[in-house]
Design a protein around this ligand. Sequence first.
Ligand code: ZN
Length: 511
Amino acid sequence: MAETLVLGYKKLMEKVKRMFILGSAASIVHWDMETKMPPKGIRLRSEQLALLSRVGHKMSTDPEVGSLLEKIIKHPGYDELSEIQKRNVYLIKKEYDEQTKLPEELVAETAKQRAITVDVWKKAKAAKDFSMFKPELEKMVDLRKKAAEILMKVKETATPYDALIDIFEPKTSAETITRIFNELKEGLVSLIKKCQSSPKQPDVSILKRRVPVDMQRKISKSLTNFIGYDTESKQAGGRIDETEHPFTTGYYDDVRITTHYHEENFTSSIFSVLHEGGHAVYEQNLNPEWIFQPVGTGCSMGFHESQSRFVENIIGRSREFWIYYLPRLKELTGNIFSDVDLDTFIRAINRVKPSKIRIEADEVTYCLHIIIRFDIERDLFADKITVADLPEVWNQKYKEYLGVEIENDSEGVMQDTHWASGLYGYFPTYALGNIYSGQILAVMEKDLPDWRDQLAKGNFQDIKQWLVKNIHSYGDLYAPTDLIQKIAGEEISVKPYINYLNEKHSKLYRF
Ligand code: ZN
């Protein structure tokens, strides 16, 4: 390989390494703000975060990165680079083009507006008053529309909204999502009807039994041990802390999760620990040689969700997991559940019931909440509806898709923070993750036909190793559209996920 090419690539990767290190430092500072910071620390903290973000922006728009990229791509020896090197160059160029094409003024204005809109959203939500929120949300949407128009040209997408989706789920268009979501909706609506009309309805009263926080902390530790996410030993690369909303942060050797303990709703932390643990296991099992390189990150938000939901739902809500874990849960909770049998328990944690709030939704109705949000975003960014129409459109869709009456906008259009934060194009990735998880399960069943028996014996290691080999170790070497093709031998498809849900719930609801 030509020496100038080798040197150029090496120089570029050194610059990128510094960006990753800075980014990881910023994420720890942010983690500390959410978990440990004393209240008075906020003024100093916003200065720290603002400086880190300014330095980060400067590094990622450094003209030298641009000239190194150009020299590498135009070099006659470019084809001699390996697949991994080419992917790194591609990902660096993508990020550089996007960062440099967005005017600094627009970026700064959006950051400022984000703080204002989130603040007003909190107040408007508490006051159940959309009219308070509306003017600030309109400004936020206009700013994201401006960014989307610019990004659409850089990314060469068909529509501005496609450019926003591409930030989270590369190469996936609203047109494709509309097609697969229509199919998903049809399958879910028919399954929900079957569950609701079954005479065998679950008894969920056991889920309200009070479990002290100390006991729940022990349950969390045993769950992270079970999935092989070490938060306790001297070599641990993880830890669990407590925040209002659970999240995962970090990568490779330092990945942290948070959860929230509700004494009257103990399964909330069980499933959030399994969910965030699924994200953490993904981040810790990326190819170790790729640390500080763009290929050494998760493939997409959709793939990340496929891993968290795989552990939370496909594993954590399965009969086999609870064959193993219910006796352990009983041991850890004194006599609280001594009278509860396996059947009652798994039917309770798998109850299907349409509701108003996304984050409280069950495995089956969850995606309908997402489809509603996707439909609205797509039409909003295509100027088919306006911000003023949102409450009415929202309520009408909840009635149509879920049969639920929304009584006020706080439990309706203002329930999530995403739109206030300027996150458009993000919601669909939650449902895409579920769809991928169904395809991944179908392939895993062929490779590990006895996975359910293993799980019932308390062995998650084979499943984990399979996920590491087939998904985690690829990092961001492929776009999600290519990775699903590589894993499943087909493009994204709803059928395996619908089949999985039907099979599971036909047993639970006896239809
Ligand atoms: Zn998640």
